[in-house]
Structure formats: structure tokens, C-alpha cells
Design a protein around this ligand. Sequence first.
Ligand SMILES: [Zn+2]
Length: 64
Amino acid sequence: MKEIYRACKKCKRITTEKICPIHGDEKTTTEWMGFIYIVETKVSSISERAGTEMPGMYAIKVRQ
Ligand SMILES: [Zn+2]
């Protein structure tokens, strides 16, 4: 089964769910480009910008 990766419009977290697992009711989109993998959130300015402290995969660009 092929999985479609989606990104949350708010935190940019990449997920296969249609609803963001972090924000609950925040919708995700397939309109995103590139991704980063955050392992150490303390030193990541990207995770700060994204407003999240959780390690994981995040999209670089998400179409709003
Ligand atoms: Zn989110």
C-alpha cells in the first residue's frame, strides 16, 4: 500500500494523516516541498520557526 505524505499547514510536520497529530483539527496538505529531519530540537532554529519542539520530519515549504 502506497502512503501519501502530507504536511501540516501550521507546524509543517510530515504525516500520513489528513489531520495533524499535534494540532488535532489542523488540516494537512499534499502541497509541500522538501523536508528536514529534526533530531536535536534544542539547536534547531527551524524547529523554533515551526513552533514545535518535537523531533521528526518537517516540510520546508508548505503551500497555505
Ligand atoms: Zn500541526
